[in-house]
Each structure stands twice: as C-alpha cells, then as structure tokens.
Design a protein around this ligand. Structure first.
Ligand code: GDP
Length: 342
C-alpha cells in the first residue's frame, strides 16, 4: 500500500519499482476537487518476476490522502480497508474452503514523507499511530533528489526521533543471524541505518555512458534512480520484493492479524455472554410469572375449600334442624370452575 499526499511521487516510484506503467489512465486531481476530497482506495494487480520467481503483487493506492483542507481523519479510510481485509481473511479462515484462501491483507505500507519539512507532521504522526499495530509501516522520504546529503541525514534523524517520541512502531527489521557472513551483516546494518529510505522515482529511461537507466535529467546533471550513491531506491526495492518480503508477510500473519483475530474472538465472546445473560434474565422473569400464576391458583383453591366448608356446615345445620337439603352442594377444588354438583 502506498500512502502520501498527491504529488509526492508515489505513482512514479511504484512504476520505477516494478518497471510498469500502472497509472496510465490516472486523472490528476484539480485544485478545486482537492478541497473537499475524500480518501479513496484503488487496487491494481501486477505480475512481476524476481530471480525466476513469479509474484502477483497488488498495489493499493490511497488517492486523496492528505489532500483535503481538513485531513484530520484521512487515516480512517485506510484503517477501514486494512480491517476489511483482515475480516475477509478471518471469515474465509472460518469457512469450509480454507485451502484456497486469497490473501488480500496489506503486508507493507509505504508511507511517503515530504522532503520539504523538518520531520513528521501531525498528520503523519496521527496516521502512523492509528495504523502501526495493523500494518507494517515503512516510511520513505519522497523526492529526495531535492535535498543535499547532509539535509537528507538531518531529515532522517528528525523523522526517527519523532517516531521514537511518539512511540510509533514502524516495521522492525529482523535481527541478522549470528552465523551469517560478514558481508551480509554489513549489508543488513546499512539497510537498517538507511531508514527512512530516501527515494527518487522516474518514468524516464536515460542513456548514460552507453547504459540505459531510469533517471532524472536536470540542466546540471543526471540523478540515477538505481545508483546507491544517489538514493536508497535499490535498498527499498531489494528489501520489498526479495530479502524482507517473507518476513513482512509473517509479521502480518503472526502479529497484526493475530491481534485482529484475538479482538474479534473477544468481541464475539462478549456478545455471546451478553446473549446468555439476557436469556438468563428472561427465563428468570418467566419463572416469576409462573410463580405468580401458581400463587393465584393456590389462593383460588383455598377460597374454594373455605366455601366448601361453609356449605358443609350449612348442610349439617339443615340436617340438625330436620330439613333435608333439596340439593347437595359441593365444590371441587380440582375443577376450579365447577361450583355445584347436583
Ligand atoms: P503522486 O501524485 O504522489 O502519484 O505523484 P506523481 O508520481 O504523479 O509525481 C508528481 C510529480 O512529481 C511528477 O511531475 C513527477 O515527475 C515528479 N516526481 C516524481 N518522483 C519524483 C522524484 O523522485 N523527484 C522529483 N524531483 N520529482 C519527482
């Protein structure tokens, strides 16, 4: 996923990274539309081949992010999208056809920081804080050819300080195994020291000393996208589609998705518990109603018994006075509405 405001060179970088032209039919937003613009999600799938391995890669763009006058809640659309993918995976995993799940979860989020500031802006901090527990955030400094080497170093260190101050957890590169060879260890150290990657993108292929390469031609010289002395593009590319792709997928599965899953399960448990409590309360209320009805019936029986006693006494008195009753009266408490047996 690529996130950053319009014009920071996201499309150009994606095209440079995967050597495609993914944004042929793109409509660049006008100034007027930017004011009210909301963040949208655009997905594009490409097939790339890396060292003979075919990869299906989905690039998720977030046009409109950071473009509106009020971009306080720009992160919400992105968060919703990330959650939706987790949720879809959760549903698929709980279904019957678990073997053929299509994984659309976001494994990496390239967050573009503009080169013209002094570090992270409030908007950047807010985005990262809202999403760092859901997705692997890899910050990059956009259009780094606009800065000198010392300026880049200063900006990098400011960004890392901001990340630390705000307790943001960007993607943590795994520790290198102790038995790796020294070259690999050195490469790993350099990679970690380069974060946030200062990148340059270009849609143009330029010929330099008989060699064709992606670069940006200025009146004063050429910036080569794939030259490690010019920018961190190669480091980013290698890390993304080669050295750290698997780790980012594992972190997504084992940490971010597991967090989401645990939350889902605890919410489901809470709902089930509420339902059970509700049922309990209802059955207790029903039990009370039954109790009331029983009490009424008992009272009625009691009344009938008393009436029966009175009748018996009256009959006794009539017998004593020598007058035979014309009818024998009886009340049957079993049949509560039978009053007279003739
Ligand atoms: P998006 O809106 O973030 O996708 O930005 P685009 O990729 O469309 O780039 C916006 C403008 O910036 C275009 O004119 C690009 O040619 C230019 N651009 C892209 N990448 C770079 C870069 O690395 N350095 C400089 N100086 N300009 C760039």
């Amino acid at each position: 996923m690529v996130v950053g405001e319009s014009g920071l060179g996201k499309s150009t970088l994606i095209n440079s990274l995967f050597l495609t032209d993914l944004y042929k039919d793109r409509k660049v937003p006008t100034g007027e539309s930017l004011v009210e613009k909301t963040v949208t999600i655009e997905k594009k799938t490409i097939e790339i081949e890396e060292r003979g391995v075919k990869l299906r890669l989905t690039v998720v763009d977030t046009p409109g992010f950071g473009d509106a006058v009020n971009c306080e809640e720009g992160w919400k659309t992105v968060e919703r999208y990330v959650d939706e993918q987790f949720n879809k995976f959760f549903q698929d995993e709980s279904g019957l056809n678990r073997k053929n799940i299509q994984d659309h979860r976001v494994h990496c989020c390239l967050y573009f920081v503009p080169p013209y500031g002094h570090g992270l802006r409030q908007m950047d901090v807010e985005f990262m804080r809202r999403l760092h527990r859901k997705v692997n955030i890899v910050p990059v400094i956009a259009k780094s050819d606009t800065l000198t080497k010392p300026e880049i170093n200063k900006l990098k260190s400011n960004i890392m300080n901001d990340i630390e101050t705000h307790k943001i957890k960007i993607y943590q590169f795994p520790e290198c195994d102790s038995d790796e060879d020294e070259d690999f260890k050195q490469q790993d150290r350099e990679l970690k020291a380069s974060i946030p990657f200062a990148v340059i993108g270009s849609n143009c292929v330029i010929e330099v000393a008989g060699k064709k390469m992606r670069g940006r031609q200025y009146p004063w010289g050429i910036v080569e996208v794939e030259n490690t002395a010019h920018c961190d593009f190669v480091k980013l590319r290698t890390m993304l589609i080669s050295t750290h792709m698997q780790d980012m997928k594992e972190v997504t599965q084992d940490i971010h998705y597991e967090n989401f899953r645990a939350q889902c399960i605890s919410q489901m448990q809470q709902v089930a518990l509420k339902e059970r409590n509700k049922l309990k309360r209802e059955s207790a209320a029903n039990f009370d109603t039954v109790g009331d009805a029983d009490r009424l019936l008992q009272q009625k029986d009691e009344e009938i018994r008393r009436m029966q006693e009175m009748l018996n006494q009256m009959q006794e008195k009539l017998k004593e006075s020598g007058k035979e009753p014309a009818v024998s009266l009886a009340l049957d408490p079993g049949k509560r509405d039978s009053v007279v047996n003739v």
